[in-house]
Design a protein around this ligand. Structure first.
Ligand SMILES: C[S@@+](CC[C@H](N)C(=O)[O-])C[C@H]1O[C@@H](n2cnc3c(N)ncnc32)[C@H](O)[C@@H]1O
Length: 312
């Protein structure tokens, strides 16, 4: 049974609105609509001419978006991955005309809090973890077929789980006897296979993170959207990305650094830095949640906001 929908507390809300440097008549894209906290804050800064397009993979986020679209004609919502941003923007003839894009990567609180979605090791539910449960393979389906080395690699690279091999072996041995179909089964299995516990961290934390990132293709989607976002922005437009763990933040940080540097020429080349044709400039430093926000919303602890502006 699905519990009542929990709310999502938007992270770094004021900082994100400031980061987007909103033009009242501008066009904005919220690539991770969730429950629309950031979208509403953007809409509050727009005139009647301004527009926001929301994207999300999750059907429940789309339902929330449709409700907002019915109330506010400046807003539209589309169910897709932000990895297809360029296509979606081109279909609206918005290419080169977008004034700001926000990506608030990762999972929403309702996804984590509703047991039926299968994201949480703290609640028993079907082992699903798909942001769009109508598309692709569930965690249970992947774990039923993946070979031991593949599982171990995913746990190690996407969860930084040092007992990845042991856990992968336990998964493969267990599934020969009983299929793994619930979050509790997987959480208990990881607990048993882990030789010791980290302080204040459930032993299944890393395994659940790794499987979620893998089955939702999260790092690949992030890697492809960044270039598309820069391409569709108008000159002077801003891209703001909030990431929640080091694997994501590393992708964002490196991409921004490289694009802000411009053409990749040998360092001895006789050319000035301003002749390297960078497409973006960095706006300020990485921003983290302050004490007041953390006291209100502990989930903001690992959030990092990075901002760039298109210059050419
Ligand atoms: C952290 S929540 C966003 C919360 C939102 N900013 C708010 O204030 O309500 C992340 C959302 O992004 C969605 N999402 C994650 N990866 C996505 C992708 N590749 N394409 C589209 N949506 C994605 C998730 O389904 C989730 O609803």
């Amino acid at each position: 049974m699905t519990e009542p929908t929990s709310e999502h507390v938007s992270v770094l809300l004021d900082e994100t609105v400031a980061a987007l440097n909103i033009k009242p008549n501008g066009r904005y894209i919220d690539g991770t609509f969730g429950r629309g906290g950031h979208t509403r804050a953007i809409l509050a800064n727009l005139s009647s001419q301004g527009r926001v397009l929301g994207l999300d993979k999750d059907p429940e986020a789309i339902t929330a978006g449709q409700r907002l679209a019915a109330e506010d004609e400046r807003f539209t919502i589309e169910q897709c991955s932000f990895a297809t941003l360029a296509e979606t923007v081109n279909a609206r003839l918005w290419q080169g005309k977008v004034n700001g894009i926000l990506l608030d990567i990762g999972v929403s609180s309702p996804q984590l809090d509703i047991a039926d979605r299968g994201f949480s090791f703290q609640k028993d539910g079907p082992l699903d973890m798909r942001m769009n449960p109508n598309e692709g393979m569930s965690a249970a389906q992947w774990l039923a077929h993946a070979d031991m080395d593949e599982i171990a690699t995913v746990l190690k690279t996407l969860g930084e789980e040092r007992f990845g091999k042991r856990i992968a072996r336990a998964i493969v041995e267990t599934r020969e006897e009983t299929p793994l179909t619930t979050t509790k089964q997987l959480a208990d299995l990881v607990d048993k296979a882990s030789p010791f516990r980290e302080k204040n961290k459930h032993p299944a934390t890393r395994t659940f993170q790794a499987i979620r990132i893998h089955i939702n293709n999260e790092l690949d989607d992030l890697s492809v959207v960044l270039q598309q976002a820069i391409d569709v922005l108008a000159v002077g437009g801003r891209l703001a990305v909030i990431s929640f763990h080091s694997l994501e933040d590393r992708i964002v940080k490196r991409f921004f650094r490289d694009q802000a540097k411009g053409d990749d020429l040998p360092s001895h080349f006789p050319i000035r830095a301003d002749q390297l044709n960078p497409s973006i400039k960095l706006v300020g430093k990485a921003i983290k949640a302050g004490e007041t926000e953390l006291a209100r919303n502990p989930r903001a602890r690992s959030a990092v906001l990075r901002i760039v502006e298109k210059v050419a």
